[in-house]
Structures are given as structure tokens and as C-alpha cells.
Design a protein around this ligand. Structure first.
Ligand code: F0G
Length: 486
């Protein structure tokens, strides 16, 4: 079996497409390319070359997918093909947790992709978290994306290659883009962040890796709108998850989950929802795997919003918005966004990574919810922080946004939606060190710090706090404290 594909165009890492912008955006009815971009709207279905730099369909404005002519590409018919790559780990592309699945995202030739060792992540069971969530021992797994080079799942889809690349970010996209730019030296990273909205762990990465950091007076939703405007105007390559190539890389998170479970499909995937790129990518991955005959069923998908940034929950759960085979009536979304403007309502959560009110991948996410018979829930700040402490106590520390998945799973078990014996995978999207402020404030003995960081957000208690013990600088006091507390 060959593992290269003669796909047109040149590319580097997953999200990157070369800047070939001169072509008119002409849709053709039937493409002969092995990989191409296609509008997700069934009523439009316009297609475009993978060489075109697009973040929306030029015909109708909807989102784009990367699609493949699978009949001609003939991808592997069994997962064993990928397992065999483990024996070739000295080949960086076989080592990469993204590119070892190249045959399932074959939009670029092998020789033109870049890797910095992303995707070396794992999905161990956690009985401590299982107990907290309420499922039986051995049934809960944590897909730990904090192990990526930049400390979050973003590396699965990040890019390198154009002269300048930009993103708006709540922190992790910018850290990931900055790392790829710094390592490959192929382009300059330009990042847009909202003021005071990004945790120090993430900001420090962007600054350290040399990204041009533009802090705008506004929040993520403002930064997102501006970066689209600016990148269009200045011809800068945009790497937010409206870039369909990025989501191709994020599909591999699900491939690694399956790999960890011996290629068995779990019952549930539980993921935090922010800009809704992950959930969209996961739905696409499972739809494709089923179509290719690599799996015979898809897991159910639970997407968890923070209650202070709950657009998807509001629209899907409360206002009945559905993909409906692609015929979604988006009027409820438009009304909701008008209401947000009218009431000047801003996203507000300690889970700053998902502090987003206008998720750019909403439509694709609705499709994923349909494919995976999904559910959407919202969780409070208290639930997020308690769940985070439980994850940390098990040794795989995560940032607040990631813990929303565990808090959501717990809620769904309490409701009886997730059965106690079902196999559940919670996605831990980012590393614990991304946001030390939230962690320290939770465990602190300093009431003022607690009130400032958490109390102000409605967190009343740190139910699982591990408080530092203060002692004098005296041997006997120290020995006494250790005897007392250990
Ligand atoms: N978890 C973490 C740690 C994130 O950084 C993000 C998104 C999400 C979850 C939400 O994922 O957008 O696929 O629903 N962070 C983006 C950023 C917005 O700019 O770093 P999603």
C-alpha cells in the first residue's frame, strides 16, 4: 500500500494552503481533483481547488469542507495499515500523530507537509474521574491533548508556510501558530487577542515565540471579526478554524481515540464547545470513517458550553436549531445575535478558551450533531472548576475550558442520558499550565484572591481544594506539618 497521494498543490502543515489567489472563484460541477474544497450547503455545493485560499464559499457565504474522491484515492481498508506505521517512527511523518493518518486527510503531497511532532497524545482511563462523573470504573477515558508541543489540541490543525499568517484567539490558536512559525521560520505570526481576555500561560507563549501580538479593545468575537477583515484586505493567510484544512488535522484527534481503544468506537465523545471547530471536525471524521467502512457505527457527541458563553446551548437546546439535512433555518441564530447586540451581552467565563458568543463553525457543528445524534449542555463556573480539580487530582491537569467536558459528562450521567456502563471519552483540550491563575485561585488560602478571580464569577466554594500549608522557617514546625497532613 502506498502512503502518498498525487494531490494537486503544495502545502506544509495541515492548515496551510499556499497563496494562489489569482484564480477566479469559479465553481465547477464535477471536479477531477482528488481533493477539493466544497461548500457545506447542499443547495450550493460549489467546489473549489485546494489551492484557493478561502474561508467561506464565495458563492453563498457558507462554510467549506475539504472533500476527497475516495473512489480514486482508495484509502486503507483497515486500521492495521496505520498501526504498521508505528514501526517506522524514525520517519517524522509516521511519528506525527496527525500525519501518520495522512491517507485519511490526503489533501497535500507527503513531501510538502510540515511536522513538529504534534499529536503524541494519549487516552488513558481515569477511574478517579469516572467515579466523579458517575460511570463505572474502566469506562471513562481522558483524551489528553495537553501533550501537544504547544500544550493544546490546536497543533493538530495548525499551519506554517505563507509569508504572514493571522488568527484571532482566546490564546491557544495563537500559541500554536506562534510555535509553528518559530520552528519552521516559514512565516510571521500575527495574532489578534481581546484585551485582558487571554491567560498568562498562553500570552507568554505568543510573546516568547515572537508573534506580532495585537491586543484590540474588545473580546474574542470582536477580534475574530477584525482579523477576517484585515486578512482579507491585506492578503494575510487566516488560520482560524474557518480554514477548512485546519479541521482536517483535528479529525485525527478522533483517530487517536479509536487507536487508543483498540479501534473500538466509544459510546460517547464529550468535548467543550467554543468556536465549534473540534466538534465539527469530529463529526466529519466519523461520517468519513463510516463511509469508508472503517467503523460500523458512530459514537454520540456531547458538546459542552460554559453557561456564560452558551450560544450553541441556547440555539440547539432551547431554540430548536437543527442542521436538518442541510436545510437549517438559521433565523433563530440571526435573532439571537441581534439580541446579543441589543442587550450588549458579552461572553463571560473563567474558561477563557471558550469565551465566545459567535462560534464561526456553528453550521458545521449542527451537521456533526446530526451525524452523531448529539446533545448540547451548559455548565456553570463552579462545575467547571470542581471538574478541573478532579482531573488534576488524577494527574492529567487541564485548563478550565477542557474541564467543561468532564463537568458536562457528569451532568449527562446524572440526567440518565449517559448510562453508567457506557464508554465515555472526555476531550481534555489544553494543558493545566495554560492558566495557572485559575488553578492557584481555586486552591488558595487567600480569600481575597479567591474572591477576586473566582468569587466574582459566582464560584462559592473550592470543593476539592488542595491548600498549601504555611509554616515558619523551623525544622520542628515543618516536621510537625508533614506528620499532620501526610
Ligand atoms: N478548549 C481549548 C483549550 C481551546 O483553546 C478552545 C478554543 C476550545 C476548547 C474550543 O474549541 O473552538 O473547537 O470549539 N480555543 C480557540 C483559541 C478559540 O483561539 O485558542 P472549539
Amino acid at each position: 500500500m502506498v502512503d502518498t497521494f498525487p494531490v494537486r498543490g503544495v502545502s506544509t502543515a495541515v492548515g496551510f494552503r499556499p497563496l494562489v489567489v489569482e484564480s477566479a472563484f469559479v465553481a465547477v460541477a464535477a471536479r477531477t481533483d482528488l481533493a477539493f474544497q466544497q461548500c457545506i450547503d447542499p443547495a450550493c455545493r460549489a467546489t473549489f481547488s485546494v489551492d484557493e485560499v478561502l474561508t467561506a464559499c464565495p458563492s453563498c457565504g457558507n462554510l467549506l469542507d475539504v472533500e476527497y474522491d475516495w473512489d480514486r484515492l482508495r484509502p486503507p481498508t483497515s486500521f492495521e495499515f496505520f498501526e504498521r506505521k508505528w514501526m517506522r517512527r524514525s520517519d517524522p511523518l509516521a511519528f506525527s500523530g496527525v500525519w501518520r493518518f495522512h491517507e485519511l486527510l490526503p489533501f497535500a503531497p507527503r513531501e510538502s507537509v510540515v511536522t513538529i511532532g504534534e499529536g503524541q497524545t494519549q487516552c488513558p482511563p481515569s477511574d478517579g474521574v469516572a467515579n466523579y462523573v458517575g460511570v463505572n470504573a474502566g469506562r471513562l477515558f481522558l483524551q489528553y491533548e495537553g501533550l501537544n508541543p504547544s500544550g493544546s489540541f490546536k497543533d493538530n490543525g495548525m499551519s506554517a508556510g505563507a509569508r504572514r499568517a493571522a488568527c484571532a484567539s482566546t490564546g491557544n490558536t495563537s500559541a500554536s501558530l506562534a510555535v509553528y512559525c518559530a520552528v519552521t521560520r516559514l512565516m510571521k505570526a500575527i495574532i489578534f487577542i481581546g484585551s485582558g481576555k487571554i491567560s498568562y500561560g498562553k500570552l507568554s507563549q505568543a510573546l516568547d515565540y515572537g508573534a506580532l501580538t495585537i491586543q484590540i479593545a474588545g473580546d474574542f468575537d470582536d477580534a475574530m471579526a477584525r482579523v477576517k477583515e484585515v486578512s482579507g484586505k491585506m492578503g494575510i493567510y487566516l488560520v482560524n478554524s474557518v480554514n477548512p484544512f485546519r479541521l482536517e488535522g483535528q479529525k485525527t484527534i478522533m483517530l487517536r481515540v479509536l487507536e487508543s481503544l483498540g479501534w473500538e468506537v466509544p459510546d460517547w465523545i464529550v468535548v467543550p464547545g467554543g468556536n465549534l471547530g473540534n466538534s465539527s471536525a469530529f463529526g466529519k471524521a466519523f461520517a468519513e470513517l463510516r463511509k469508508l467502512g472503517l467503523i460500523d457505527r458512530v459514537p454520540r457527541l456531547a458538546i459542552i458550553n460554559a453557561a456564560g458563553a452558551n450560544t450553541l446551548y441556547e440555539l440547539y437546546h432551547r431554540r430548536g436549531l437543527r442542521w436538518d439535512g442541510g436545510r437549517a433555518d438559521l433565523a433563530p441564530a440571526c435573532h439571537y445575535y441581534d439580541e446579543l447586540d441589543r442587550d450588549q451581552k458579552r461572553a463571560h467565563t473563567i474558561a477563557s478558551a471558550i469565551e465566545i458568543n459567535r462560534p464561526v463553525n456553528l453550521n458545521k457543528c449542527l451537521r456533526a450533531l446530526e451525524v452523531c445524534d448529539g446533545v448540547v449542555r451548559e455548565v456553570s463556573e463552579q462545575e467547571i472548576l470542581d471538574a478541573k480539580a478532579q482531573v488534576g487530582a488524577g494527574g492529567l491537569g487541564c485548563e478550565p475550558a477542557s474541564a467543561a467536558s468532564v463537568a458536562g459528562a457528569r451532568q449527562l450521567v446524572a440526567e440518565g442520558v449517559i448510562g453508567r456502563d457506557e464508554r465515555v471519552v472526555c476531550i481534555l483540550t489544553g494543558h493545566q499550565l495554560k492558566d495557572p491563575t485559575a488553578t492557584v485561585a481555586y486552591h488558595t488560602t487567600d480569600q481575597k484572591l479567591f474572591d477576586e478571580v473566582l468569587g466574582s464569577r459566582g464560584v462559592s466554594r473550592a470543593n476539592f481544594a488542595n491548600r498549601a500549608v504555611s509554616v515558619g522557617n523551623r525544622l520542628d514546625e515543618i516536621v510537625q506539618a508533614i506528620d499532620l497532613y501526610s
